[in-house]
Design a protein around this ligand. Structure first.
Ligand SMILES: [Zn+2]
Length: 77
């Protein structure tokens, strides 16, 4: 149950990021997507980020496609 919720949450988050990539940036240290507001990465405490929208979108698509295919496919349809 909780893993399904987690996956759905992940896909929804990716969609939100892809819709507004200018609000996000990609951590150079751990490649997680964080909001523009943070000064350092909450995951690895890195402070180097890639703010290019195409990089943010690419990373969001990667994150969305990583979970089990069955759940992801249902989410996206
Ligand atoms: Zn990081």
């Amino acid at each position: 149950m909780s893993s399904t919720d987690h996956l759905a949450d992940r896909a929804a988050r990716a969609k939100k990021i892809i819709a507004a990539p200018e609000n996000f940036k990609v951590c150079e240290g751990c490649e997680s997507i964080v909001t523009m507001r943070v000064a350092s990465c909450p995951n690895c405490h890195g402070y180097r980020f890639d703010e290019a929208p195409e990089r943010v979108i690419g990373q969001a698509e990667l994150l969305a496609s990583r979970p089990q295919q069955s759940v992801t496919a249902q989410d996206l349809s």
